[in-house]
Ligand binder design. Structure first.
Ligand SMILES: [Ca+2]
Ligand SMILES: [Ca+2]
Length: 455
């Protein structure tokens, strides 16, 4: 990617974006009130309150699940399908049993440049379905929280609760109107979901969220989707991916030959399927898809919803390599492994970074692991990458944090360059085959529902 393009990426409007993202500055600029301030329409300062540009709400604390819902999606435990309030997308939030109940989870955004005395209105449309209704004492509320210059919470305001008494299957407005308290300069807004009991189910969908201020106020950290492949077509998108053709044993003594055949990488029914298979001649083929020169990123959130294969010898990965190798060959320019799994240790998923100072050749690679039924269902594998830190998560669970030591040394932090995405399914090799290979287990599939990148 050219310098010009990645500069746009940093601003959140990549040249390769398929959806147009409204500029926060376009939607966030208050109109000059002129001579009739009470007549001036207040501007919604949320750039993505309708969630058409992705899940822009981060999770500051607590346990919750969330999903970027789409019109037509099935509703849990129901034959009904979901319909957004506006556009075709909404945010779905539901509780997560963390071992203690009740527990509170928040999805929200930071606010800055606040002025005491301004009037704030924060509203959103909320929906809960009959078959997956918020109940059992659980509730969802909008919140607005104010902090002083030292970060101390001054006040919290909540909307009416959305709970077991709320009407089902209709969109309803939740709303907070309040004055910014004295001393407040920053804060947060969002949705708080309180799970009352471990088996108290229910989900709330949010759409058309709006925050207005009669004076100042800025939303910080609202994330917009800058790139995605939902794998909704009938073929691999060649504008996003290249299927590399590579002979067996090219990397890590892996057995597979990589092809560009649809029998090894195909798109249908909304998913990408990478298949490792044994050919008639006994050889093993698979696929390695790279976004090199097509979609490259520096900072942001990179995530995939994926299900890994089982079978001893399989080694699927969702990962990133540098595009320009500015600090030299592997591992000096870095590697970001967002998901790795090997059939030998079924159910353990790994998230790892490699650099010149930290890599598996030295036994100094830095990483974390967690357990999932990773071959039985889809899970969300993500890295949130900033100039200061990389936070690796699985289904929102923080697995591994890698911090920039701030020394300006590429041996420990080469992650200030463009990286591209790789999806591949290896078979055998140094790690995939370290407890043998079961060729009889083939064919095996690595299935990816989506890959999304947020600014
Ligand atoms: Ca919407
Ligand atoms: Ca999909």
């Amino acid at each position: 990617m050219t310098r010009a393009v990645w500069t746009l990426v940093l601003l959140g409007f990549a040249g390769c974006v398929r959806r147009s993202a409204p500029s926060p500055s376009e939607v966030a600029t208050p109109v000059d009130s002129g001579e009739a301030p009470e007549e001036t329409p207040l501007v919604n300062r949320l750039a993505n309150g309708g969630f058409e540009q992705g899940e822009s709400w981060w999770r500051p604390s607590g346990y919750a699940n969330h999903n970027w819902a789409k019109t037509g999606d099935g509703i849990y435990r129901s034959s009904a399908s979901f319909q957004a309030f506006e556009g075709e997308r909404a945010q779905k939030v539901w509780g997560f049993y963390s071992g203690t109940v009740p527990n509170d989870a928040e999805h929200g955004l930071s606010l800055g440049e606040l002025t005491p005395g301004d009037t704030h209105v924060f509203s959103a449309q909320a929906f809960t379905p009959t078959d997956d209704g918020v109940g059992g004492g659980s509730q969802a509320t909008l919140f607005l929280r104010y902090r002083d210059a030292g970060g101390v919470v001054l006040e919290e305001r909540f909307s009416d609760p959305f709970d077991q008494d709320s009407a089902r299957d209709v969109w309803q407005e939740l709303r907070i109107e309040t004055q910014v308290p004295a001393g407040a300069v920053s804060g947060e807004l969002g949705l708080r979901f309180t799970l009352a009991d471990w088996n108290a189910g229910g989900a709330v969908y949010l759409d058309d969220a709006r925050w207005t201020s009669t004076g100042t106020g800025t939303v910080l950290g609202e994330r917009l989707l800058v790139w995605k492949d939902e794998f909704e077509g009938n073929a691999l998108d060649s504008e996003s991916w290249t299927a590399l053709e590579l002979p067996a044993y090219t990397y890590n003594n892996e057995m597979q030959r990589y092809t560009n055949s649809p029998s090894n990488a195909s798109v249908s029914n909304g998913v990408l399927t990478i298949t490792a298979r044994q050919e008639a001649d006994g050889s093993v083929t698979s696929a390695r898809l790279v976004s090199d020169s097509k979609a490259e990123w520096r900072y942001g959130r990179i995530e995939a919803m994926a299900m890994v294969p089982s079978g001893v010898g399989t080694w699927p990965a969702f990962w990133m390599l540098p595009s320009d190798w500015a600090y030299g060959g592997w591992p000096d320019s870095g590697e970001i492994d967002i998901l790795e799994h090997v059939g030998c240790t079924q159910g353990t998923v790994y998230q790892t970074v490699h650099t010149g100072a930290y890599n598996h050749l030295l036994g100094t690679q830095q990483g974390g692991e967690t357990r999932r039924d990773a071959s039985a269902g889809m899970h969300l594998y993500a890295v949130d990458w900033s100039p200061e830190v990389m936070v690796f998560t699985v289904d929102g669970e923080q697995v591994f944090v890698f911090e920039n030591d701030g020394k300006g040394d590429s041996a420990t932090w080469p992650f200030d360059k463009d990286f591209h995405i790789i999806l591949n399914l290896a078979f055998g090799g140094d790690w995939g085959g370290y407890c043998g290979v079961d060729v009889g287990a083939l064919p095996q599939e690595f299935v990816v529902d989506w890959v999304r990148v947020y600014n």
